[in-house]
Design a protein around this ligand. Structure first.
Ligand code: FAD
Length: 459
């Protein structure tokens, strides 16, 4: 969009940008308005007879750690049980970078200003450059999305990309290793009217006032609550790669999604002289390539695409290329019962087409802590366990619509690729007029949707 080009200036410049103080960090998350300057005084020193609920968290991925941080900062006693610390990065060996969009960064600022600053400093700003969709074969832009204007208008941090390991290291440092129990695989939960017990694989048991299942798409807590169900295969597999490369368009392009029929390719600058790419291809699940055959296959699939795509594949060393199948689950409106709830991918795993799964987990954390604070403040005389149970339901109600919309849009975005008609170009640059109309409409709709997402509106 035109406004993006106006704002599109060098990366270096925007890295040093600070949003004017008076407008900083006002972020609307549903009915709550967060101002990070106020967070420090969020009842931390309030005299209250009621003890703060003891929070148990299954899973120390992005959601689990951010929740632990928010809880710790507000004086809650909290314990995180993580299956394997080396998987704390969220996706095991797939430790690629993650895009944290404005909405998630704003929430992080509200939760912990210092941590948010460390994340901002370690990240690479992409939201100040051109982001959008392009045709895979010609490389021509189809739709450009302005991520900068909505952020600046509201005085919110600009979207950036950060290495998952760096992100988790920052969060781990802030949370503390005394709170995160490593090699602690949650295998069972015992629900009682006034407490909940977590059972670990090695037989240890821990009691708390509530349990949050932040244990990802394959959540044990979710299956204990609602029974085991297979995740839904998206019909797409995803290859990813990371390479040392600074393209000539680096100062102007942040993230570009190249489209083709039944396949698409995402290329993004992740800072530090590195580019990441993700290539999605429609095929049956559990397909494997012969040893050393991933790059060959990718070049067969994408070999006729534009130079930006083929070059990134060709220059990536074979051993860096990873493959995984992409899954989500149907959206559910009930995330828990009694003293147990779910958060992040455990509650609402979504396709990565919007790059919002981790961001939504971070938003969930804020809302959950806001509701738990109300339990501590309450003087209603109701039993604490009942108040916690109501608080968890309020959290769920506040988060389910926004997450449900993003879940649906992420699915729709993937389906649309199955109908994508490559840019019709007959040599004389005569194009199907429908292409221009579709481009115009999709641009309008996508920009409005992105504004809604990154401004944290909804619910
Ligand atoms: C290809 C791809 C690209 C993506 N890109 C982005 C992006 O750019 N931006 C974005 O916001 N999101 C992105 N996502 C989505 C994002 O990765 C997830 O939404 C996010 O990691 C969810 O965080 P979580 O904490 O809920 O779960 P996870 O990050 O999966 O963490 C769950 C944790 O629980 C632990 N665990 C699991 N079971 C147990 C158990 N029984 N006991 C104890 N611990 C357990 C795991 O080891 C793990 O550490 C992407 C996803 C994919 C697949």
């Amino acid at each position: 969009m035109a406004s993006l080009q106006v704002f599109c200036v060098s990366n270096q410049y925007w890295n040093s940008i600070r949003v004017p103080k008076a407008r900083t960090n006002k972020f609307s998350l549903g009915s709550s308005v967060i101002r990070s300057e106020e967070v420090g005084s969020l009842n931390l020193n309030k005299e209250n007879d009621r003890k703060k609920p003891q929070i148990l968290i299954a899973g120390g991925g992005i959601g689990g750690l951010v929740l632990a941080l928010a809880a710790k900062n507000r004086g809650f006693e909290v314990k995180v049980f993580e299956k394997e610390l080396s998987a704390v990065r969220g996706e095991g060996q797939h430790r690629g970078p993650i895009q944290l969009q404005t909405n998630a960064l704003a929430v992080l600022e509200a939760i912990d200003k210092d941590v948010a600053e460390q994340i901002r400093d370690a990240g690479c700003i992409t939201g100040n450059r051109i982001n959008g969709l392009a045709d895979g074969r010609s490389g021509e832009w189809i739709t450009k999305i302005d991520l900068l204007t909505p952020a600046l208008t509201r005085g919110l941090p600009v979207t950036r990309v950060i290495c998952r390991m760096t992100l988790q290291d920052i969060l781990m440092d802030a949370v503390g290793s005394d709170i995160v129990y490593n090699r602690s695989n949650v295998v069972d939960i015992i629900e009682e009217p006034d407490k909940v017990t977590v059972v670990l694989e090695d037989g240890r048991r821990f009691e708390g006032d509530l349990l949050v299942g932040a244990d990802g798409i394959w959540s044990k807590v979710r299956s204990k609550l609602f029974g085991w169900k297979e995740a839904k295969y998206s019909n797409y597999t995803c290859y990813s790669g990371l390479l040392d490369y600074v393209p000539p368009y680096n100062d102007t392009v942040g993230l570009r999604v190249f489209l083709g029929l039944n396949q698409f390719f995402v290329a993004l600058d992740v800072g530090g002289g590195k580019m990441q790419w993700l290539s999605f291809h429609k095929e049956p699940p559990r397909n494997t390539d012969p040893l050393g055959g991933k790059k060959k296959r990718l070049l067969e699939l994408f070999g006729s695409w534009c130079d930006e795509v083929t070059m990134l594949i060709a220059e990536t060393p074979e051993h860096i290329i990873l493959q995984r199948d992409i899954y989500d689950r149907d959206m559910i409106c009930c995330w828990g019962r009694g003293l147990v709830t779910l958060l992040g991918d455990a509650a609402h795993p979504m396709y990565p087409t919007l790059g919002q799964g981790g961001c939504m987990a971070i938003e969930d954390c804020y809302q959950l802590i806001v509701e738990l604070e109300k339990v501590v403040e309450s003087n209603s005389g109701t039993k604490m366990s009942e108040e916690i149970s109501h608080a968890l339901k309020r959290y769920e109600r506040n988060r389910v619509i926004r997450n449900g919309i993003l879940h649906a849009v992420a699915r729709m975005a993937l389906r649309m690729v199955s109908f994508y008609i490559p840019n019709l170009n007959f040599g004389w640059r005569i194009r199907d007029p429908a292409f221009h109309i579709a481009r115009f409409v999709s641009g309008l709709v996508m920009q409005r949707m992105m504004n809604w997402i990154i401004n944290g509106d909804g619910v």
